[in-house]
Design a protein around this ligand. Sequence first.
Ligand SMILES: *Cc1c(COP(=O)(O)O)cnc(C)c1O
Length: 393
Amino acid sequence: MRRRNEELRRKSFLIFGSPAVGEEEVEAVAATIRSGWLGTGPRVACFEEIFRSYTGARFAMALNSCTAGLHLSLLVAGVGPGDEVITSPMTFCSTANAIIHCGGRPVFVDVDRRTMNMNPTLIERAITPRTKAIMPVHLAGRPCDMDAIMETAKQRNLVVIEDAAHAIEAWYHGTKIGAIGDLTCFSFYVTKNIITGEGGMVTTDREEYADKIKMYGLHGLSKDAWKRYSDEGYKHYEVIFPGFKYNMMDIQAAIGVEQMKRVDKYLARRNEIWARYDDAFADLPVTRPEPPEPDTVHARHLYTLLLDIEKTGMTRDEFQQRLHDMNIGTGIHFISVHLHKYYRETFGYKRGDFPNAEWISDRTISLPLSARLTDKDVEDVAEAVRFLLRDSA
Ligand SMILES: *Cc1c(COP(=O)(O)O)cnc(C)c1O
């Protein structure tokens, strides 16, 4: 086995989530720097318009991260000290942290093992008089059951803020993700489907939310304060709210504008890789991702295998280490948020609270899926996974 392992080992380490960027981005950034306007300006406005029309929402506000978007969305939705927000524990910590930054309490509900998304039938039971909002997370790019979530929100008068960090390209029942909930937050972090290095976007149909997010994201200065140094002439601004420094730079937006030109091409490439993986792993002791639900588009952000740890006699961490030894980088999405120290100690969450999220936490592993991967990279991943698991099939 060792000898075969050596033969199969890639020459160079395959980084998980390496972004697909090219000379177009390099040129766009260089042009931005040469323009002399590096901060928030015309390129941010252009990126916002591209993204707005891509999602079909009425407004799109660029920020320096999705986390900033989640925070501001909760603030403008009126979440404050003592309020509760219902969300999925199967997410990145920033979903829960954004709630805590508003003084709120993250109330988790368990996920469905098959979709790994929050189970909408559990939401009703988690609602209390303090509940203000629901934050669905479209894990891996698979849209949540938005019909059920929106219906509950409507009945109980709750705001819906979607964490669509994984779901840039996703559609649900004929509507683009970004045009369904009250507010939707996207991420352009380096590992995401579309990248700006760091960056995020919030979409909404409500002008009041849009105006506030723009304002809160730039220190709480009055409208269009970023133009104060432009050729329109200096205008005094007023501070209307003690806001945050969450604005996106034109350098970042320049990358985003180039990336959006290739959003469909990248998705098509990840679909191809996805199909190849599905094919390669059919006979292994793993659960492959479920096909997308009818009348939805999966954004193909993460290809996650659930390792059959009972059959393989190998923990997920051991499996991940062995892939690493073969020079294949992987990710874990996620260790359920309620299992982390802070949330256990602060909110009293413990193992046993959300059995499905825990079950996934122990088994999930994400394989490289970037549109940047060559066919050879994809075969290296497929071969390494097959080599490590075939014997226990
Ligand atoms: C990446 C990610 C975020 C945070 O995005 P940033 O742009 O890095 O702030 C939020 N939620 C989920 C599910 C993520 O994967």
